[in-house]
Design a binder for this molecule. Structure first.
Ligand code: SF4
Length: 345
């Protein structure tokens, strides 16, 4: 496990930009698993896997309108450990620890501060909130990375949540399968299998096809074989996956391995992450190209989480050009016109 620039130097020849990264109380720590290091092309300074976990001086810069909390999560937090942004679901920040820290992390205001797991009081607060809010149908177990918690802690947490709200759908939001697939043991899976009353969903974050190794696929399959569907949320990252060929390969490979490409997120306006953001015009062109190349099953929804807590919105160009006496005028992806009339009565 790599935790410092000094250790990184033993494995990689660092660039000036990487060596100039400054650690500060607000910076995300360095943590890279041995497994993920083994996937890297150590001779390529632009390796897309390296870019996701080796810090650079760009993180120390703040671009215009960047904010530590662009989604206004703090404003929507009834307690420091859960966020209630959308009426029917909450996000529970189970721990601030991850198996590996992603340099593009959108929750870096919280992640990696060494606060550790939820306390008993945090769990009680969340459960009593669930009891008072029956409109909440789903909970996202996130952080940090929920699968850094021990099996026994997870069992205890899920028991409490299920008791407070038996029909709650639980999303396990994790990057563990991509960065440390050995964590996915039979004993971990048996924790989830011991709560058959309501469904779990696995929410993965694979950003590049090279992350879908045999080990990662096997780890994800353990969930799927246990009846837990897997959905992937990628982030569109400059220098990692911002081209149609890479995204096409990623999405097809996900589908082949029974993981539904769910979202492709435009980068949030988080402090220190400008280096990863892709211009929206380029993102929209990629979305259009992918729509031509991928099946509906393989196509993720390109979306942005708007600044100042504006919420998620889908991003795509309009295929509707207007309306005349014949009906709606559409422009196909091959740039041809089609008329679609409304029903006469
Ligand atoms: S695993 Fe998630 S929470 Fe942790 S650093 Fe990566 S993006 Fe952030």
């Amino acid at each position: 496990m790599i935790t410092s620039i000094q250790q990184l130097k033993k494995h990689l020849t660092l660039t000036e930009e990487e060596l100039s990264w400054k650690e500060s109380p607000n910076s995300l720590p360095i943590l890279i698993t041995d497994y993920y290091m083994s996937l890297m092309d150590k001779t390529d300074i632009n390796d897309p896997l390296r870019r996701q976990c080796v810090p650079t001086a760009a993180e120390n810069r703040t671009a215009g309108l960047e904010d530590p909390d662009p989604l206004a999560e703090v404003e929507h937090s009834p307690s420091s450990r859960f966020i209630h942004r959308y009426k029917n679901r909450i996000a529970l920040l189970t721990t601030d620890v991850c198996a590996q820290y992603c340099r593009h992390c959108f929750r870096r205001r919280f992640t990696g501060n060494l606060m550790g797991p939820l306390t008993e009081e945090d769990i009680r607060d969340c459960c009593s909130y669930l009891e008072k809010h029956p409109e909440i149908k789903e909970i996202l177990l996130t952080g940090g990375d929920v699968l850094t918690l021990s099996d026994s802690f997870l069992h205890h947490l899920i028991s409490c949540l299920r008791k407070a709200s038996p029909a709650l759908v639980i999303r396990i939001c994790t990057r563990m399968v991509a960065v440390n697939p050995d964590r996915i043991t039979d004993s971990l899976i048996s924790v989830f299998k011991s709560f058959p009353e309501a469904p779990f969903y696995l929410m993965t974050q694979f950003n590049h096809p090279r992350e879908l190794t045999e080990s990662a696929v096997k780890a994800t399959a353990k969930f799927i074989d246990a009846g837990i569907p897997a959905m992937n949320q990628s982030v569109l990252l400059r220098g990692v996956n911002d081209n149609a060929d890479t995204l096409e390969e990623l999405c097809n490979s996900l589908v082949f391995n029974r993981i539904k490409p769910y979202y492709l997120f435009q980068g949030d306006l988080v402090t220190g992450t400008e280096t990863f953001r892709v211009p929206l015009e380029k993102g929209l062109a990629l979305e259009k190209e992918l729509r031509k190349r991928l099946s509906g099953l393989a196509m993720p929804l390109y979306a942005a989480d708007l600044p100042q807590g504006g919420g998620k919105v889908p991003l795509c160009g309009s295929y509707i050009e207007g309306k005349d006496e014949r009906g709606w005028i559409f422009r196909t992806s091959d740039n041809q016109k089609r008329i679609y009339p409304d029903p006469q009565e």
